[in-house]
Write a protein that binds this ligand. Structure first.
Ligand code: ADP
Ligand code: GN1
Ligand code: MG
Length: 343
């Protein structure tokens, strides 16, 4: 998916439909891969985040229902969350979180600890969300076995004739097929419980404030899932030494002291974890990183229809960083397992 252009009229109509007046400037914002996000300035000085939800990817009606339920529940518990100003599918507006910032790459282990605590608290706060079960926004979202099936289909179809150029990446993934089913199998057996989880805990989906305060954002994939995937995606993004789309792979590796900080922050907040979950925390980092690598490669082979890309090989570059991160985590497997055991 490439960057779609919006006319001023289209953006103005969206704001009008949600009762937001007096806007002076509307500009593209953030670095999310899925939705179209804008920052809106107004003459009163109040600012908003305007988003057009990607309706090719999300079932927008279920999504709206989930987001409204989750934000209301958090509010009822006194937890600071996204403040919905208007929601008129596929558009929505949130109050701009003033005094908070997000980072794509962290440079201080303390931030990893704080972010991990925020996502642990998020899971804890949603544990008593009243029924019904939240809608499953994207079924099999983190199911690595199913992601492999989709990769195989894309490689077979090879619509862009790119398969021959990604033989090394396909071989890397092939060598790891066996471990792909571990978490889904344990969930099916009931050894790993279903919880309400965020499912997109990359580091730029938590806003960091002063004095260690946080707000968890990007609630679009909040749905029934496994706590392990949430922890794993933190490992993928918060221990990374370089950007998700760094071309120089010598700069890409997983940083142990950031992993340690994540474990510290997460375990302090996630008292609800059972033994099987704890035992698989380090594994979940490797697995989710492999899974996201598989997804980037699938999108590359399919012709870049899912993730926003800025250039021809963007998805391939992203896939390579993920596979390099997996390799780095594998090389530190024993140390990472020991860190989790020490708690
Ligand atoms: P996507 O689903 O495309 O990743 P996000 O909801 O994560 O979209 O928003 C993209 C970025 O916009 C975030 O990483 C964050 O920097 C910024 N952002 C989102 N919501 C807010 C908000 N309420 N206040 C300030 N910044 C926000
Ligand atoms: C997408 O929306 P964003 O940029 O926070 C994706 C995640 C991937 C991530 C990779 C709904 O997250 O699953 O892990 O890109 N979101 C969706 O950076 O597919
Ligand atoms: Mg996001």
């Amino acid at each position: 998916m490439s960057n779609r252009n919006y006319s001023r009229e289209e953006l103005a109509a969206a704001l009008d439909s949600m009762g937001i007046a007096g806007y002076t400037d509307i500009s593209r914002y953030g670095s999310g891969h899925i939705n179209d996000t804008f920052k809106v300035e107004t003459e009163r000085g109040t600012r908003f985040i305007l988003q057009r939800v990607n309706s090719d990817i999300f079932p927008v009606h279920i999504l709206r229902d989930n987001v409204l339920r989750v934000t209301r529940h958090l509010k009822s518990r006194g937890v600071k969350s996204l403040e919905v100003v208007g929601y008129n599918n596929p558009w929505r507006a949130y109050q701009f979180l003033e005094g908070y910032h997000s980072v794509d790459l962290i440079t201080d282990p303390k931030e990893a600890e704080v972010a991990a605590g925020a996502f642990a608290k998020f899971q804890n706060d949603l544990a008593d969300l009243p029924p019904p079960r939240l809608g499953e926004i994207i079924p099999k979202f983190h199911d690595t076995v199913d992601r492999l099936r989709l990769l195989d289909e894309a490689a077979k179809a090879d619509v862009k004739g790119r398969k021959a150029s990604v033989a090394a990446e396909l071989a890397f993934i092939d060598a790891r097929r066996e471990e792909a089913a571990k978490i889904v199998t344990m969930m099916a057996k009931g050894e790993i419980p279903e919880r309400i989880t965020h499912n997109d805990t990359k580091i730029n989906n938590v806003m960091l404030g002063k004095d260690g305060s946080t707000v968890v954002i990007d609630l679009d994939t909040t749905m029934p899932g496994s706590a392990l995937y949430d922890f794993g995606d933190m490992v993928r993004t918060a221990t990374a030494a370089a950007a998700e789309d760094e071309r120089d792979l010598s700069k890409v590796y997983s940083k142990k002291e950031y992993f340690e900080a994540l474990v510290k922050g997460y375990l302090a907040g996630a008292k609800f974890l059972n033994e099987a979950e704890r035992e698989n925390l380090a594994f979940s980092g490797r697995l989710i990183t492999l899974t996201i690598g598989i997804r980037f490669l699938t999108d590359y082979l399919a012709g870049d229809t899912y993730f926003r890309t800025a250039y021809e090989e963007h998805n391939l570059v992203r896939c390579r960083t993920q596979l390099k991160m997996v390799e780095s985590m594998e090389a530190q497997k024993e140390e990472y397992e020991a860190i989790v055991r020490r708690g």
